[in-house]
Design a protein around this ligand. Structure first.
Ligand SMILES: *Cc1c(COP(=O)(O)O)cnc(C)c1O
Length: 386
């Protein structure tokens, strides 16, 4: 008997979390470790423009990422703009619509025309066949995105770039530490941009970098990020201010020591999710190919349209205090200012249009207790009645 006036309690319903669980939480060094890095800055009173910490951070990052050249900048968006500018492009840039507005806006900001090509149905990165079809005499470059840390088909894209004489740039905002068969993903293409925004695996609050293989390209980016100033009397390029300051670099230098352990903890959480969500009909975890070392930037599930409603799950998770994110929804091709491009036609982007309705990023950060990940799986099962 239910006592008068009270609602029947669904005993099977998992409990909501007391505090909100967000999709990510930034990795921060111990405050004391950061203060120690700051001490030198206070002593030297040198705050920006190729400071000592900036140079030390640049070197430390090159060593950690196992690359020879990298240029620190003020954000991932600036990194994209500088990489595009440094390649001296004009005309069209083929890219994906399943990305942050930063990718496509940077193309437009450089006076170039974005051309959308569809993505691969499994990996969700640019489909090389679609890219090849999108090439015109106006095409200047391909801008691939290693979305969710999943590497693009780097060999096929390079072959297309070589065949048509195009530049190949990657947005690696999700791919910090991603490697293919032991080779850092930053080794592919002419340039790869990184973002150190607070939501990224490795963060400096705001910040970014451009990784390049060619020393001359790094020299150009270094000039472009500093207003094109070569020396006190000589300005050689119409650059912008894209510099990283010393306080930001210090946060990076202190945080870099923690990133490997953070990645490991995220991997353990991802394994709990994979186990806990196994066998749910119409739900798939984005699988990382065996040869790829994933960055663990996001844990992505896909809810098969027609079986489950992704938006329903996303909304209902909030009632349990779990804030998942629909990266990337809406597609960039659906944004007001790109919608009229011929390549933005949904018929041209069938796979991306479906993916943007199906993807959901579950909370993933090192400090998320494993038992909370287990609880999130139970909540997902409860909502999906699986
Ligand atoms: C975060 C992000 C960016 C932009 O980086 P900011 O540092 O925020 O400017 C670019 N591309 C992708 C895919 C991103 O996720």
């Amino acid at each position: 008997m239910i006592p008068g006036g009270t609602l029947p309690v669904d005993s099977a319903a998992p409990r909501a979390f007391d505090d909100p669980i967000y999709v990510t939480r930034p990795l921060l060094p111990d405050l004391q470790a950061y203060v120690e890095e700051l001490q030198g800055i206070w002593d030297r009173r040198w705050l920006t423009n190729k400071g000592q910490v900036h140079d030390a951070f640049e070197q430390a990052l090159c060593a950690y990422l196992r690359i020879s050249h990298l240029s620190l900048v003020s954000s991932g968006t600036t990194a994209l703009m500088l990489a595009l500018r440094a390649c001296e492009l004009s005309g069209e840039v083929i890219t994906t619509a399943l990305t942050s507005p930063a990718t496509v806006n940077a193309i437009r900001w450089c006076g170039l025309t974005p051309v959308f090509a569809d993505v691969d149905p499994v990996f969700l990165t640019l489909d090389p066949t679609a890219v090849e079809r999108a090439v015109t005499p106006q095409t200047a470059a391909i801008l691939g995105v290693h979305v969710y840390g999943m590497p693009c088909d780097v060999e096929a894209l390079q072959a297309i770039a070589d065949r048509h004489g195009l530049r190949l740039i990657y947005d690696g905002a999700h791919a910090f530490g991603t490697a293919i068969g032991g080779v850092p993903v930053l080794e592919f293409g002419d340039a790869t941009t990184l973002s150190f925004h607070a939501t990224k695996l490795f963060s400096t609050a705001e910040g970014g970098a451009v990784a390049v293989r060619d020393a001359e390209l790094k020299r150009r980016i270094d000039l472009l990020k500093n207003l094109g100033i070569q020396d006190e009397a000589t300005v050689v390029l119409p650059g912008i201010n894209g510099r990283m300051n010393e306080l930001t670099a210090a946060l990076g230098l202190a945080g870099l020591k923690l990133v490997e352990a953070e990645r490991g903890r995220r991997e353990a959480i991802a394994n709990v999710y994979r186990e806990g969500l196994r066998g749910i009909e119409g739900l798939e975890c984005l699988d990382i190919p065996p040869l790829v070392r994933n960055s663990q930037q996001y844990f992505v599930v896909r809810l098969q349209a027609g079986v489950h409603s992704r938006d329903d799950l996303w909304e209902q998770l909030k009632t349990f205090n779990v804030f998942a994110r629909r990266y990337f929804h809406p597609l960039c091709s659906n944004m007001l200012f790109y919608r009229k491009l011929p390549s933005a036609n949904p018929a041209n982007l069938l796979v991306a249009s479906r993916a943007t309705q199906e993807v959901l990023c579950l909370p993933l950060y090192g400090n998320l207790p494993l038992q909370d990940a287990t609880r999130i799986c139970e909540i997902v099962r409860h909502i999906l009645r699986a």
